[in-house]
Write a new protein. Structure first.
Length: 167
């Protein structure tokens, strides 16, 4: 069901969001290979400091500079899979969603996903399952409290990611 524990080292996720969402996600994902940025400067610094396999950019990141940051990611880390996401608030009109998705695809992103209306296209589910597969639930080691605590934390984190992203 889950990837082996060693696979976790192969993934690094950058989430570009607002501080409002970061704080909740930070608590939920503590100890996981996830970094958060809330400004363009923080994002550029993170991209210089580390390589990422996946970058999730929020619709309101850096005062609505989602596409500017997506372009930065594409230029600096072309192998990273980039998802542009709107996760809260009022849903967008269909015509606007189509336009934003087209723009995201033109930039080389996986697409634009308006999750505020329950829009979970196959592309988003596929990429997010790829991310979640790297947050394994290791088998508890009998009598070893540290591995058991790690197994519990990783399992809770995987469930929280699923709840936040996939409903």
């Amino acid at each position: 069901m889950f990837a082996p524990l060693g696979v976790m080292a192969n993934i690094r996720v950058l989430i570009a969001t607002t501080s409002r969402f970061r704080d909740g996600l930070l608590r939920a994902l503590a100890g996981c290979p996830v970094d958060f940025v809330c400004s363009m400067d923080e994002g550029r610094e993170a991209l210089q400091r580390r390589s990422y396999t996946h970058v999730i950019i929020g619709y309101l990141f850096a005062e609505s500079h989602m596409f500017d940051f997506a372009q930065e990611v594409r230029e600096r880390q072309p192998a990273a899979r980039v998802l542009c996401v709107k996760a809260a608030g009022h849903s967008l009109r269909a015509k606007m969603r189509v336009g934003l998705n087209t723009a995201a695809l033109e930039l080389g992103c996986e697409g634009f996903f308006d999750l505020s209306i329950g829009d979970r296209p196959d592309a988003f589910d596929r990429v997010f399952r790829d991310i979640l597969a790297r947050f394994p639930m290791p088998a508890p080691a009998a009598g070893h409290k540290k591995p058991d605590a790690l197994a519990s934390k990783l399992g809770a984190t995987a469930q929280e990611l699923r709840r936040l992203a996939l409903g």
